[in-house]
Design a protein around this ligand. Structure first.
Ligand code: CU
Length: 299
């Protein structure tokens, strides 16, 4: 098997799809092993950056434009009632490039085969973060239980593809600036569910990923740059706000103070941490459901 692409790193990942609590219906992805091989052939094991638990959202996979990933998925969702060897769980990703065998869908959709892990066999996907795929993207199951998968039970996560330019546009010092990606100290991955935010905090210095679950309290150091990676899931519409802050919107190429988001829409908010505030869904439903969390900036 080819090890990576000419330009970037090769990511070798193994994950489980799990049922973490026997008494609940939740399903979740769990990281098993993660190695990165650079173009010089040096391999580093970054498994310890990830929680050993099955988490919602699932492990955030972070690639650079030009990288290739191979992800093997194992199915460890117990199936006590019916031993159905065809029932399978998958990884379907948005944004990056892949061949039809890595679509992570059922045969009647892809006209090739059921592309998921069964109780007796794993499934390996190959993702190519080709030029032009930089962004924040969802991945999710597409095969379990229904033809749309068991995403609604917790089988979803995020893929961040950082741009080859290694720069990010931040509202810093009162204006739009293109700064080095390394100036980002924290990445907050926040899935925007119908009635809550669910997330993971990534310390970009160590790479450590900490699951922070629902409407988490987020913290930042004053003057540091941070990114909120928002991915809307479910059926509701939201109005994301971070009162006191404005941020660069690549669509309008202006600074904005709120962002309307519908199902499966995504948006990245990159700001320099100044005053403490809250992040929130400012829509009527979001306010009625108290869909907000604190953003505390330490001096
Ligand atoms: Cu999808």
């Amino acid at each position: 098997m080819a090890q990576g692409s000419a330009t970037g790193n090769f990511h070798r990942i193994e994950m489980y799809a799990d049922k973490p609590y026997p008494q609940y219906e939740y399903l979740a992805y769990r990281m098993l092993r993660y190695e990165i091989t650079n173009p010089q052939g040096q391999t580093s094991d970054i498994t310890s950056r990830y929680s050993t638990a099955a988490i919602i959202p699932g492990p955030t996979i972070i690639m650079d434009e030009g990288d290739v990933a191979e992800i093997t998925l194992y199915n460890s969702i117990p199936n006590p009632d019916k031993i159905d060897l065809h029932e399978n769980v998958s990884l379907h990703v948005h944004g990056v490039h892949y061949d039809i065998i890595s679509d992570g869908t059922l045969k009647y959709i892809n006209l090739f085969q059921d592309e998921g892990a069964t109780l007796v066999s794993s499934y390996t996907y190959r993702w190519n973060a080709a030029a032009g795929t930089a962004g924040t993207w969802p991945y999710h199951d597409h095969n379990m239980s229904t033809h749309n998968g068991a995403e609604d039970k917790g089988l979803f996560g995020a893929l961040i593809v950082n741009p080859a330019s290694k720069t990010v546009t931040v509202n810093q010092g009162g204006g739009i600036q293109s700064v080095s990606l390394s100036s980002i100290k924290k990445d907050y991955v926040l899935y925007v569910l119908d009635d809550t935010f669910a997330g993971t905090v990534i310390d970009t210095q160590t790479g450590k990923q900490t699951p922070v679950w629902a409407n988490p309290a987020l913290t930042a150091q004053a003057g540091s740059n941070v990114r909120f990676h928002l991915i809307a899931l479910g059926t509701n519409f939201h109005q994301f706000k971070l009162p006191g802050y404005s941020w660069y919107d690549p669509v309008t190429q202006t600074l904005i103070e709120e962002k309307a988001m519908g199902p499966l829409e995504k948006h990245v908010v990159a700001v320099q941490a100044g005053a403490s505030t809250v992040y929130m869904d400012g829509s009527f439903a979001g306010i009625a459901q108290n869909m907000l969390g604190s953003f505390t900036v330490a001096p």
